[in-house]
Design a protein around this ligand. Structure first.
Ligand SMILES: [Zn+2]
Length: 842
């Protein structure tokens, strides 16, 4: 199936203007397909030709300007349209397949009650799975939707409902101009809550089996929605432009959420059925703010083509974190951003597949989908934060508002944004924005900022310098504006901001203002986390970390320090066992939930891949001990207790105590061993060989929810049993029936560091089986399964050789190629780190 190329989209965008889509969908019946009719009105140069895209189960009728055309002319997904007139009407009728992979019209039957729910996902080029369209972001049009569905259902789309002429029939008002990837609807017996704010009708939807959980959190969700909407209206002169603001929590959603105007979709894992930490609530709040930011960045002003995906995602990520911090009770979102999102960005930017935040050219839509990654989101948002520090907030916001005014309901590019920002930025201080953008947005890879410190006999600085470096293969230095924190042993701080300008000093900036000042116990570069750069401490500061870190009041500073420690271990500069030493020293004193959670999560990935089995066992025992101390000190019933419990469960080998928790024995006071925590305990017991298929079946029988089914699938794949592994592998490489979520859960469970011998034969099979497995599936699910099923614990040269042999083939999909290139690079880094540690030991 050809992917629309940039060249084709540019030509078609110049050749035609789309006015409207009249979309009529019949969602009655319980077959595998639904009936789709669309009438597209568009203008063209008379006598020219173009094509529309559609992916039908069966194409029934095609009519162009009243003349029947032969449905047999459909080639792959392209419907040729010849002999166009000045104004044209295209009618296409088709049977379209329901999806269970979150692409197109997703259909989900809730195992909890047998109810059926539908929702439409059109990102990135999936509208053609629902109706025929000119599927590219710069051919905006008005959509008029009518739906036939079972009379008891709730149906909602981008626009307000205009009429309900008969039971089971819904007619919606015309939308304002939208890109095709933003069309959406939901249909099913959804539970609904309605509200209003500042003249904007609000609604929340979820499936019936989650209704009580949505009701319990509705106040929190609606309050955040109102607070964010108010804040955006303060920041932007252009008001929210899409009428109602509805938020639908839908099952088996692939992304965190999607910003469909008027009907935002969220994964319904955000409707919490079990106890969650405040981090999870904060992520939900940030996601609400992120999607709302898209109403301006993406929906009001849309990128012209996918090479400017960052204009959507970097801005939404930046504004989501910022607005959540400024307007909601979650004031610490920048700590979460530093700890979690930036780790994702740094990792992505150091991989072979890295790309500029704003690539010069994305060849086709399939390549655009691959850029839904840590660069377009986390790095891009970090770069915007740096831009604000460098340019000033007032100039930044003035530039954005000029951009919205100039391009509302249209499309724009990086060049257009720079024009808007330059006008305000130049007035604000004459910074060279074009030069800045070239280095930050057009070049990939990450810089390292290293402190070089000399101190005299009286304990005063003789010199403090910041040395900026870049990877040898990509020697680009950048201007940075950073905070410098000087910490005393008691945690008290003196902080100032400095500009690093390699054009002036070649990348070694001497901080002359610090000469003669008393030397701090710990000197921290990028304190406050304003820039996107790896940081390395001077040796004396590095030695002081275990002493100083636990007493630091500012969680963002602790996050930057932890990130430094994790990053140095990831790079093999310091041993993972040293990182575990730091965890033992500092983790039990940690009070910020996100830091505890991510230190445990990120270090675990290193422990599992960088350490040999014996060293790993010892490290896990020490981590379990640190978690136990954190758990002992955590307030009963609060987030930190839950985070510590989860960390302990994942690290302990004490099966008796775990079994006791399931039976309600010796559970710390205030800790609820509810559905999710029970599955976490059972998963650990399965890996330890202390629970089997019977226990999984019993737990699944007690939890008949779809989430329960996912957790059970993951546990079954993790069973240390040859038959279970064979069954799981068959699912991973051959199944085409299971939903996206059940496939992912199976792939997630398959590899366990404890089961190296049992799964050894599957290392080779990954590389032989995966090309055919990918070919059986749609792009998003294929790539997710390929990524999760990669043998990431087989850290050995033969795995890399097998990867190299696969990559030598010329028939891989771009998605599988990227998965294997990146996962192989992770193996390379793990091998380098293991070798470095072995050399130190010898
Ligand atoms: Zn987004």
């Amino acid at each position: 199936m050809p992917s629309l190329t940039r060249v084709e989209a540019t030509a078609r965008g110049a050749a035609i203007t789309v006015e409207s889509y009249q979309v009529d969908l019949d969602l009655t019946g319980d077959g595998d397909t639904f009936r789709s009719r669309v009438e597209v009105r568009f203008r063209a140069t008379p006598g020219t030709a173009t094509f529309a895209e559609v992916k039908p189960a069966q194409l029934l009728a095609v009519r162009l300007n009243g003349r029947d055309a032969d449905p047999g002319t459909l080639t792959d997904n392209r419907l040729p349209l010849d002999d166009l007139e000045a104004t044209n009407t295209l009618f296409v009728e088709a049977e379209m397949a329901y999806s269970n992979t979150g692409e197109g019209m997703h259909r989900f039957v809730d195992p909890a009650d047998g109810e059926t729910y539908l929702y439409a996902v059109t990102f990135l080029d999936n509208v053609q799975r629902i109706f025929a369209a000119f599927d590219q972001p710069d051919l905006k049009a008005s959509f008029v939707l009518t739906v036939t569905a079972p009379p008891g259902w709730t149906v909602s789309g981008n626009a307000e409902m205009a009429a309900n002429p008969a039971p089971g029939r819904w007619e919606f008002a015309p939308t304002v101009p939208l890109s095709t990837y933003l069309f959406s609807l939901i249909a099913g017996p959804y539970h609904v809550l309605r509200a209003e704010h500042d003249g904007v009708p609000l609604a929340l939807y979820c499936r019936q089996s989650l209704a009580e959980h949505l009701d319990a959190d509705a106040d929190e969700i609606l309050t955040i929605t109102r607070q964010c909407l108010d804040r955006f209206h303060q920041l932007f002169t252009e008001r929210y432009s899409f009428g109602k603001y509805e938020q639908a929590f839908v099952p088996e959603f692939n992304l965190g959420a999607m910003e469909h105007p008027g009907i935002v979709a969220f994964r319904d894992d955000y409707v919490f059925r079990s106890a969650v930490t405040d981090t999870q609530r904060e992520m939900r709040a940030t996601t609400i703010a992120h999607e709302m930011a898209h109403m301006w960045f993406g929906n009001l002003v849309t990128m012209r083509w996918w090479d400017d995906l960052w204009l959507n995602e970097s801005f939404a990520e930046y504004l989501g974190v910022r607005v959540a911090a400024e307007a909601t009770r979650f004031e610490g979102t920048w700590t979460t951003f530093a700890m979690r999102r930036k780790a994702w960005g740094y990792a992505a930017d150091q991989r072979p597949s890295t790309h500029p935040v704003a690539p010069q050219e994305v060849a086709d839509a399939a390549e655009g989908l691959l850029n839904v990654d840590g660069i377009s989101y986390a790095k891009g948002a970090s770069v915007l934060r740096q831009l604000v520090a460098w340019l000033g907030d007032e100039a930044f916001l003035a530039g954005l508002n000029a951009h919205f005014a100039a391009h509302r309901f249209g499309n724009a590019t990086l060049a257009d944004l720079l024009t808007s920002l330059s006008a305000s930025g130049t007035a604000a201080g004459g910074r060279d924005l074009a030069g800045w953008a070239e280095l930050w947005l057009r070049r990939s890879q990450v810089n390292t900022l290293r402190a070089e410190v000399t101190v005299d006999a009286d304990g005063r600085y003789t010199e403090v310098a910041v040395v900026q470096t870049a990877p040898e293969s990509y020697p680009v230095l950048r201007p940075h504006r950073i905070g410098v924190g000087r910490y005393a042993a008691d945690g008290s701080v003196r902080r100032h901001e400095v500009d690093l300008d390699p054009a002036v000093d070649g990348g070694r900036t001497v901080l002359g203002e610090l000469a003669g000042e008393p030397a701090a116990r710990l000197l921290l570069l990028n304190d406050g986390d304003l820039t996107f750069a790896k940081v390395r401490l001077d040796p004396a500061s590095a030695d002081a970390v275990p002493l100083v870190l636990p007493g630091l009041a500012d969680s963002l500073t602790r996050a930057v320090l932890w990130s430094e420690a994790l990053d140095a271990a990831t790079d093999g500069e310091r041993p993972v066992t040293g990182l575990v030493d730091l965890m033992v020293a500092a983790l039990p004193a940690e009070t910020e939930v996100i830091i505890a959670e991510d230190v445990l999560g990120l270090s675990r990935s290193l422990v599992d891949r960088y350490l040999d089995p014996l060293t790993r066992s010892a490290a896990l025992a020490r981590i379990a001990g640190a978690c136990q101390r954190l758990l002992d000190g955590a307030p009963a019933g609060e987030s930190l207790q839950l985070a510590a419990a989860r960390g302990w469960i994942a690290a302990t080998t004490d099966a008796d105590l775990l079994v006791g928790w399931l039976a309600g024995r010796d559970v710390p006071a205030g800790l609820k061993v509810d559905a999710e925590l029970r599955w976490a305990v059972l998963r650990r017991l399965v890996v330890l060989g202390a629970a089997g298929a019977a226990e999984i079946a019993a737990e699944a029988a007690a939890d008949v929810s779809s989430t329960g089914a996912e957790r059970a699938a993951r546990c079954r794949a993790a069973l240390p049993d040859p038959a279970a592994k064979q069954a799981a592998w068959d699912v991973i490489v051959r199944d085409t029936e299971l939903s996206n979520r059940l496939l992912e859960a199976t792939a997630e469970g398959f590899w366990q560091p404890e089961q190296a011998e049992l799964t050894a034969a599957y290392v080779e099979r990954y590389f032989t089986d995966m090309p055919a497995a990918v070919a059986r599936r749609t792009a998003w699910t294929a790539d997710r399964v390929a990524m999760l099923a990669f043998p990431r614990y087989a850290v050995a040269q033969p795995t890399r050789e097998a990867a190299a042999a696969l990559l030598a083939r010329d028939d891989l999909t771009p998605g599988l190629r990227r998965v294997v290139v990146d996962a192989d690079d992770d193996l390379r880094r793990a091998l380098v780190a293991r070798t470095a540690v072995a050399a130190t030991a010898a």
